[in-house]
Design a protein around this ligand. Structure first.
Ligand SMILES: Nc1nc2c(ncn2[C@@H]2O[C@H](COP(=O)(O)OP(=O)(O)OP(=O)(O)O)[C@@H](O)[C@H]2O)c(=O)[nH]1
Ligand SMILES: [Mg+2]
Ligand SMILES: [Zn+2]
Length: 308
């Protein structure tokens, strides 16, 4: 039995990196998934045990080791199913853009709730800075800095296509870590990855070509090693994150600015919506909690996915 990490998954076969190199492997039989309804039994980042099939050349995945963490999105094909984007990561890098396409604060907050639920550190990378123009766009950028930096999420501004110093700029953040790159389709995830790891040769495509057709350029997640140590996982663009298995009274734990006040409300089952003696509402009024963040808290709370 050999241990390895899945670095690519096409849905029917997998590339597993072992100490002795990469091998193609496939699944035999079915795996028991915990409680999650998943469209992919094995995800990039998974640690697996592989074995040569007796009397044959092919390699099979025998066992999947428990996942330390993962980032999940809603399935595009099956209702009430989810898709694991990647697992066993040290941090998540969310690429966001003001336009072509525009990333909303709601989308960012849903992403951060998913990562916070596993205590995965996250980093925001504003891409396509060369295209930023006008007051409205400057305001959006200022909001991003003002809202997220005080919460502990670093915000980097780049132009993945044009900047020449990206390796230097990112190395303090990426070295020796396994980093997931996520974001909407067309924000420039693969362009950034190619700038950091030129050998990756990930395909990139103009936004106009797919926004009309609705196809993504990157269709499978794939992990690439960084020269200086660590790795990056390029992933297909996401429309919506699945915030699953989060109880209603758990949600505020995933908003760092609310965490410190939890337990101080009058009622211990306070949802921080309209309850008397709610400390979160008081802090919102006093300006310690950003109104946009609170609005997104309410939006997520009202979603069908959160349950009592
Ligand atoms: N102007 C400008 N264009 C960029 C920049 N970064 C990426 N692009 C362009 O944006 C388009 C989409 O880039 P991709 O890297 O394919 O985007 P992606 O996020 O990987 O998209 P999916 O694989 O579909 O999820 C391409 O035409 C890139 O050349 C940038 O910094 N500035
Ligand atoms: Mg891509
Ligand atoms: Zn409250």
């Amino acid at each position: 039995m050999i241990l390895g990490r899945v670095i690519k998954s096409t849905g029917s076969w997998y590339i597993v990196q072992t100490e002795k190199g990469a091998v193609a492997a496939r699944l035999k039989g079915k795996f028991k998934q915990q409680d999650l309804k998943l469209t992919n039994p094995i995800a990039v980042g998974d640690l697996v045990e592989i074995e040569k099939e007796p009397g044959q050349d092919s390699v099979i995945i025998k066992e999947i080791l428990p996942r330390e963490n993962y980032v999940i999105r809603k399935s595009t094909r099956k209702q009430h199913h989810s898709h694991i984007i990647a697992s066993n990561i040290d941090q998540a890098l969310l690429v966001i853009t003001m336009k072509n396409p525009r990333t909303s604060l709601g989308f960012i907050d849903r992403f951060l709730v998913s990562t916070e639920s596993f205590r995965i550190p996250a980093l925001l990378v504003v891409n396509k800075m060369d295209q930023l123009e006008g007051e409205d766009e400057e305001d959006w950028l200022q909001d991003i800095h003002e809202i997220y930096e005080p919460l502990g999420y670093p915000v980097l501004e780049v132009s993945a296509l044009k900047d020449g110093d990206l390796k230097e700029k990112f190395s303090p953040y990426l070295q020796d870590k396994s980093t997931l790159i996520a974001g909407h389709s067309g924000v420039g995830k693969s362009t950034l990855l190619n700038a950091l790891i030129p050998e990756a040769l990930q395909e990139t495509k103009e936004v106009s070509e797919y926004s009309t057709k609705g196809v993504h350029t990157t269709t499978f997640a794939e992990l690439f090693a960084l020269e200086a140590g660590g790795d990056l996982i390029d992933t297909p663009g996401i429309k919506e994150f699945g915030i699953l298995d989060i109880e209603e009274n758990e949600l505020s734990h995933y908003f760092p600015e609310m965490r410190e006040y939890l337990g101080q409300c009058k009622y211990n089952n306070c949802r921080h919506v309209n309850e008397p003696g709610c400390v979160i509402l008081k802090k919102l009024e006093e300006g310690y909690i950003h109104p946009y963040r609170y609005k997104n808290y309410l939006n997520i709370l009202q979603e069908e996915d959160t349950h009592r």
